[in-house]
Design a protein around this ligand. Sequence first.
Ligand SMILES: [Cu+2]
Length: 473
Amino acid sequence: MLNRRSLLKAGTAAGVLAAVPAGLVLGTSPKRAAAAATASFTVPLRVPQPLKPTRMAAYDVYRLTTREADVAIVPGTTTRVRSFNGTLSPLIVARRGRPVVIEQANALDVPFSMHLHGGHVPAHSDGHPNNEVTPGRSRLFHYPNTQLGSTMWLHDHSHHSHAENIYRGAATTYLLSDPAEDRLPLPKGQYDVVLQLRDAKLAEDGALVYDLNGFNDRPTFLVNGSPRPYFEVAARKYRLRLVNTSQERAFVLRLGEGDEFTHIATDGGLLPAPVASRVLQLWPAERQEIVVDFSRYPVGSKIGLQTMQTYPGETPEVMRFDVVRTAEDPSSVPAVLRPAEDLGTPTVERQFAMAFDQANNQHTINGKAFDVNRVDFRPKLGTTEIWTIENKDAAFGIPHSLHPHLDHFQIVDRNGKPVGPSEAGMKDTITVRAGENARIKIKFTEYSGMYMFHCHLMGHLTMGMMGQMEMVR
Ligand SMILES: [Cu+2]
C-alpha cells in the first residue's frame, strides 16, 4: 500500500506533468534502478495478427486462457508476463452484427474479471468484480457486437489484481469492424495497424518491475510489447489504431518534426469528420486513430514518433517508421466519416467530484471510495443524462479520468467552452486535468443490471476511485 508521503509526492509530480506545456522535461528525477538497456529502434514492431476462432456457428467462439508466459521483450532476456494465450498484445477482430463468445480460462494464480473496455454488453459479461473468475475456473463472456465499429480492449477488472494484471501484460485489442465503415476508402488490411502503447520498468534481467506508485519510474515505452520498435512501411497511407494500456502515462504524440497527420477516430469509433492534426493526446485507456500518409516522405526516410511529456532522463522516442518501399495506394480519407449521433434532450443531471482524500489516503468520487455493497445511483435506460465531472485536485495537481461502462458519451464542454472537432466523436473515457471540469452527455440503453464507473488511472482506481450504477427499466 502507499503511504501518504509517497502519494503526495506522486500527486505533485503528476500535477507538474499535467500543467507544463508540451515539449518540456519536468519534475524531479525519478529513482533509477538498474534497467535493461535497449537502444531505440533495434527491435522490429510486432504486428498483431487476428486470433482464429475455435468454433464458428451463429457466433464466433474464442478461447482465451489467462496465464503466465516467458516472452522476449528485450533481446537476450526473457520476461515473465501475465498474458492471454501466452502472447503479448494478441488481437481479436470481430464484425458488427456477428456475436462473439469468449471462453476465458483463468490459469493465473490470481482472480481475473475480464472487461471489454468500450463494449456495449450485458451486465453478466461486463467483468463486474463480483463475477471474478478464480484460478483454475473458466467463464463464458457474450459480446453481442450490435454497436458501431470501434477499437476496444480487453483487460482485468477484478478489484485487487487488475492494476498488476494489466501492468504484467494481459491486454488484448478487440477490433470491431463495421460493414458501413468498410465501404469507406480508408486504408485496410496490412495498412490498418494496431499500436498498443504503454510504459514499463524492466530490470537488468528483463523482469517487469511492478510498483503501483511507480508512475514516474517506468522509462521504457513498449509498442505491442516491443521496446521502442521500428516499423518498415510503404510510402502510402496507413491507418494507425493507438491504444494506451499504461497504468497512468499520458502520451502527447508528435510525428517527425511535428508533421501533419489526419485524426479519424477515438474511443467510440470514427469522428464525424477528419481533423488535420500535429499533436495527439492519448491518456490511459483511450484510443485514438490516425491516418498517416508516408508517401510524403522519400523511400529511405525514418520518421520518429515521440511523446512530448517525459520525466527527466527519459527518452521521448516511442517508435520509428522506416519508409522502405513504394506501394499502390487506392485509399483516401473522406470528408465525412460518421454523422454525430443525436443522444436526445437530457432530463437528469449528476455531479462527479473527483478528489484525493488525504485524511484517509484514498481516491474518491463525491467523497466516497468504492464499496461493492453500495449502489451509487440507478439510471433509467433510455434517458439522456448530463454529467459534470469536476477534478478537485488542483492543490495536488493530479489528473483524473472517468470511464462509465456500457455506453459511450459525447463531451459537451470543458471548463464551460465547447470542445473542438477532435473531441467531437463518441467517447468512453475522459480525462480532466487538475482543477478543471467537463460535462458529458450520456444515454444508457438496452441492458439492465450493475455496471461500474471509475477513474482509469490504475493507482487511483485501486485506491478507491470507482462506483457502481444499476441500470433499471
Ligand atoms: Cu484518478
